[in-house]
Design a protein around this ligand. Structure first.
Ligand code: NAD
Length: 481
């Protein structure tokens, strides 16, 4: 691959047909660090044509076990490039150098997980009487389109592209321009693993141009979209024009955490909340950003969380001592600061953070880890996705009130419950309307388990064994003799 980052279409690395490029900024400094090709409709079309052609070439003749071997090699290639990929994430996405390798590992893990499932996709057979054979084959959908956000660019790429390839599809991927360099550098691992020409195509470009062209393309057989609810609606509308199946929409969230532990039993829930502030600077769809705490433990919880937030070391992403880096973009920085202002105006009690950290590098997109206590359900900071290091804490009288408030949101992705009472845990399992629930811990966000939401958080599930079937379609065969 050349030094200048190029797009990967039809097995070749090149710039946009228009020759245009988009700037890439370093969130730690606010300065431009590079450019990526500004792919447009013509580039998307070339990629879709290449992907369609590839479906009837060498790829179609491979056995599932061959695809499994290629994907295993791609996973190994991602791991071998870990240092370089992590360095790109640090520079263009603001992930701290201490955390960026975890995302690369996550991408490798998705790829190896679905490599293992490539040769385990089975159909079924039905007895319809003597001399009749009826069976169901599972075939690839065809050309699948993947639109990827900037917050976990490598992880989210592999969680849908790996099962799509494992099932025998060809793919056209549109990463966020902010993180297209890391994405394209990772794609070199798939190329080196021998994925045939045209099977995997990656077009960098902005959403309204390249993203819109991909979701509106008439010759794709399925779309996977991860991003905001607003863009999700645009993708659905575009897909409707061509009756293109939307495989999954993984959208925004406002995930609740419910804490019903004694005042001396708060290490786990406070630790999780501090992690929710600092990890990826709070830019995670699974972030538990509103916390409902039983009154018995409320004061102690707020005090401990405020102390934990104040102890988070914020700094440049490339500083090995940094625990929380900058937000990923100037737009995100502005949005988070305006939501903090909204919390203040609506009368929430600020107990930690609330502005730019003192001594933060000039120009960088830094925000202090921020905690608001005594919030009310109707406040904007409790209802709207902030996507930053900001938590809202609310006192509740009893567990039923916590469940009702947790469910009172247009979003429905993930939730956490902290309790030693088994009866309460069982009650929460039934009552909470989410796609993903963790009880007394939170270490299961992918690979082996399904992840996805309901209502305005979208539909479909990624991760786990069933997700690969979304990239297949059933063909029933009835045969006499
Ligand atoms: P976004 O919606 O702005 O962009 C997502 C992708 O869509 C980008 O590649 C963008 O270029 C593209 N896009 C923008 N406009 C488009 C259009 N008109 N047509 C087609 N594509 C278009 O979201 P973002 O800011 O990149 O990501 C943050 C959002 O993603 C948050 O809401 C977050 O909760 C969500 N997210 C959800 C999950 C999940 O699994 N549920 C995971 C990660 C992020």
């Amino acid at each position: 691959m050349a030094d200048t980052i190029e797009m990967y279409i039809d097995g070749r690395w090149h710039g946009a047909e228009s020759g245009a490029r988009l700037p890439v900024f370093n969130p730690s400094t606010g300065e431009q660090c590079d450019t990526v090709p500004a792919g447009g409709a013509a580039d998307i079309d070339r990629a879709v044509v290449a992907a369609r052609r590839a479906l009837s070439g060498e790829w179609a003749g491979l056995k599932p076990a061959d695809r499994a071997r290629m994907l295993s090699a791609a996973a190994a290639g991602i791991r071998a490039r870990s240092e370089d990929l992590a360095a790109l994430l640090v520079e263009e996405n603001g992930k701290p150098v201490a955390h960026a390798p975890a995302e690369v590992e996550s991408a490798a893990r998705y790829t190896e997980y679905y490599a293992g499932l490539a040769d385990k996709i089975a159909g079924s057979a039905l007895d319809l009487g003597a001399e009749i054979v009826d069976f169901v084959r599972r075939e690839p959908l065809g050309v699948t389109a993947h639109i990827i956000p900037w917050n976990y660019p490598l992880d989210v790429f592999c969680r849908s592209v790996a099962p799509a390839l494992a099932a025998g599809n060809s793919c056209v991927v549109k990463p966020s321009p902010e993180t297209a360099r890391a994405t394209l550098a990772m794609v070199a691992a798939f190329e080196a693993a021998g994925i045939p020409v045209g099977v995997l195509n990656v077009v960098s470009g902005d959403g309204p141009t390249a993203g819109a062209a991909l979701s509106a393309h008439p010759d794709i057989d399925g779309i996977v979209f991860t991003g905001s609810a607003e863009t999700g609606k645009a993708v659905l509308r575009a897909a409707a024009e061509n009756i293109t199946p939307v495989i999954s929409l993984e959208l925004g969230s406002k995930c609740p955490s419910i804490v019903f532990r004694g005042p001396d039993d708060l290490d786990g829930p406070v630790g999780e909340a501090v992690g929710n502030l600092l990890w990826n600077c709070g830019q995670s769809c699974g972030q538990r950003s509103r916390v409902y705490v039983g009154r018995d433990s409320y004061d102690r919880y707020v005090q401990r969380l405020a102390e934990g937030a104040a102890g988070i070391r914020v700094g440049r992403a490339d500083d090995p001592g940094t625990v929380m880096g900058p937000l990923a973009s100037a737009a995100q920085h502005e949005k988070v600061l305006s939501m903090i202002e909204s919390g203040r105006k609506e009368g929430a009690r600020l107990v930690a953070g609330g502005g730019r950290p003192g001594g933060a590098p000039e120009g960088g997109y830094f925000v202090e880890p921020t905690v608001f206590a005594d919030c009310r359900q109707e406040m904007e900071i409790v209802r709207e996705e902030i996507f930053g290091p900001v938590l809202a804490v609310l006192p509740v009288d009893d567990f039923e009130e916590a469940l009702a408030l947790a469910n009172d949101s247009p979003y429905s992705l993930s939730a956490a419950v902290w309790t030693r009472d088994l009866a309460l845990a069982h009650r929460a399992i039934r009552a909470l309307d989410v796609g993903h629930l963790t009880i007394n811990g939170s270490d299961a966000f992918g690979f082996e388990v399904p992840f996805g939401g309901n209502r305005k958080s979208g539909f479909g599930r990624e991760g786990g064994p069933a997700a690969i079937l979304q990239y297949t379609k059933e063909k029933n065969v009835w045969m006499r003799g």
